[in-house]
Design a binder for this molecule. Sequence first.
Ligand SMILES: CC(C)(COP(=O)(O)OP(=O)(O)OC[C@H]1O[C@@H](n2cnc3c(N)ncnc32)[C@H](O)[C@@H]1OP(=O)(O)O)[C@@H](O)C(=O)NCCC(=O)NCCS
Length: 186
Amino acid sequence: MNHSAASRAPHWGRDMTGVDLRAATPDDAGAIARIYVDTWRATYAGILPDDALVRMSYDVQARQWRALLQAGDAALVATVAHSNIIGFTGYGPSRSRGLSYSGEVYTLYVAPDHQNHGWGRRLLRGAFRDLSRGGHESAIIWVLGLNPSRFFYERQGGAKVVERDESVWGVREFGYGWPRLAETLS
Ligand SMILES: CC(C)(COP(=O)(O)OP(=O)(O)OC[C@H]1O[C@@H](n2cnc3c(N)ncnc32)[C@H](O)[C@@H]1OP(=O)(O)O)[C@@H](O)C(=O)NCCC(=O)NCCS
């Protein structure tokens, strides 16, 4: 897919709680980077090497996110009070060859202080909706086997369909699949 996020998913609307879902823009890169680094440190402590987590940098992540968003990668952000970003998701074509899932959710992170309030579910559904509208009938998400967030994906109807060792640290990863996005979204 790799389409422009701004053109494909401009706005998903606000709910009763005042949280907004909208397409990410390059100007969101700094806020996304902060949540990315903070949630990595909170989530992967004891799972990934400490030095890798300590070395993570807001500035480096912000540059990478800005470049991705400028290149047109699709992402949604959840905002409160009209501007503060509290979560985001990035998605597009599946990067896994040989699997029968055409879409992939690459990232899904909700800031630690805002977890367990339904934003993760809304962001995931927003990503699925955009993938589906972009022609993807199915989707996969890779999650570290030791990350308890994998049970969140089971709660959202995903089934563990494949395992692999991730490429940087060799940690076991599970692939959760949604074979029919249209049914998931109905
Ligand atoms: C995983 C994550 C995105 C979920 O978002 P969230 O906003 O905290 O979750 P929600 O409030 O939307 O939860 C929706 C439902 O899933 C359940 N749930 C959330 N996290 C769960 C978990 N770890 N295990 C089991 N169920 C979980 C909630 O209880 C809720 O259940 P309900 O439908 O009965 O109300 C978020 O917690 C997060 O960013 N975690 C850290 C980073 C991470 O691991 N990201 C995934 C990388 S692959």
